[in-house]
Design a protein around this ligand. Structure first.
Ligand SMILES: Nc1ncnc2c1ncn2[C@@H]1O[C@H](COP(=O)(O)OP(=O)(O)O)[C@@H](O)[C@H]1O
Ligand SMILES: [Mg+2]
Length: 331
């Protein structure tokens, strides 16, 4: 499998009056061509900062990518000029944000907004652009595209607006789509329809997708692999099956226990006690130690190295690391 994206040792900080926020602290992950990777974690753990860093949309100041590489088709986006990034955004890599209303311009017709990107980046005539816009509206499931091209965002429901945002993101046929909480603002039924749409689009176009969400339930259907993020780090990654059926990090287990499950007659939801650490001065050791039901002495002292459980499943947790036993024995 070809890797379309490889993020290595990514660090992003924000310098504020209150101090330096270490929002992303050494993130590593990759995305294979044509797959969907879900990045999951509680609010504030650095998911949006990670995706904005890939798009090079970190406001500087106060933000800065202080370390790391972001290899997209083998080229390091972290070293690209703003000019070069502008030719990539919306063309090779597109991003969809949480709120479909702010992503659309209320004063322009849907048709104009769909065709804008095409006309800017691809050398197409107005007629061709219109044809492609209609094709895209059709792909994302908007009925009567010819008529609806002439309408404005407020004439569409929330779910339909999100479909339009997706159509705009895809019109230049990007290879990578980053969707940051794309269904969080929508009600549950519409959420499911939008997730199905992502699956269908991937089937049709082969686009690789990074799906960011705080809700593991959302990814159950469409993710191929899952990366679990906590306090600016990825603490476990695996295939969907590995994460759902054999979660190894107590944080992943905690997230799973707080997802409503349809297959259990009796709903037992156990939220994780406590809150994530403050990212002004996160612990150098395991950031989950303070909330972990299995915490050991070593967990508060040293950050656990990565343990490879299978070719696809890895975790950073002392419970999985044989060296913890040796460290304990030494004491
Ligand atoms: N522009 C900014 N200035 C200062 N801190 C920021 C800024 N953007 C994000 N952060 C901080 O970075 C951390 C990670 O945020 P974020 O990536 O948005 O979390 P998530 O998307 O996982 O909910 C948070 O502590 C947040 O307050
Ligand atoms: Mg976010």
């Amino acid at each position: 499998m070809e890797k379309i994206l490889e993020v290595e040792n990514l660090h992003v900080t924000f310098t504020t009056y209150g101090g330096t926020v270490k929002a992303v602290r050494g993130v590593d992950f990759h995305l294979n061509e044509g797959e969907t990777l879900a990045i999951v974690g509680e609010s504030g753990c650095g998911k949006s900062v990670t995706s904005n860093a890939i798009m090079r949309l970190i406001p500087d100041p106060p933000g800065k990518i202080t370390n790391g590489t972001i290899l997209f088709k083998g080229e390091n986006l972290a070293a690209f000029s703003e000019k070069k990034m502008r030719s990539i955004r919306g063309v090779d890599i597109s991003m969809i944000f949480q709120d479909p209303m702010t992503a659309l311009n209320p004063t322009l017709t849907i048709g104009t907004q769909l065709m804008e990107g095409l006309q800017e980046h691809r050398n197409v005539s107005g007629k061709e652009a219109r044809k492609k816009a209609i094709e895209m509206m059709d792909l994302v499931g908007i009925p009567n595209p010819e008529e609806r091209l002439k309408q404005y965002p407020h004439q569409f429901s929330g779910g339909m607006r999100q479909r339009i945002v997706i159509a705009i993101a895809l019109i230049c046929e990007p290879d990578l789509l980053i969707a940051d909480e794309p269904t969080t603002a929508l009600d549950v039924t519409i959420q499911a329809q939008i997730l199905e749409l992502f699956e269908k689009i991937q089937g049709t176009t082969g686009v690789s997708i990074i799906l960011i969400t705080h809700d593991l339930g959302v990814v159950a259907k469409i993710a191929d692999r899952i990366a679990v993020m906590y306090a600016g780090k990825i603490i476990e990654t695996g295939t969907k099956r590995e994460i759902f059926y054999n979660p190894q990090h107590p944080y992943t287990q905690g997230l799973l226990n707080s997802v409503p499950r349809l297959d259990l007659a009796e709903e037992r939801l156990t939220p994780i006690d406590g809150t994530p650490p403050d990212l002004f001065s996160p612990p150098d050791a395991c950031p989950f130690a303070a909330r972990c039901p299995y915490v050991m002495e070593v967990c508060d002292k040293v950050y656990p190295a990565k343990t490879e459980l299978t070719g696809s499943h890895r975790v950073n947790c002392w419970l999985q690391d044989d060296r913890a036993k040796q460290l304990i024995a030494v004491k």
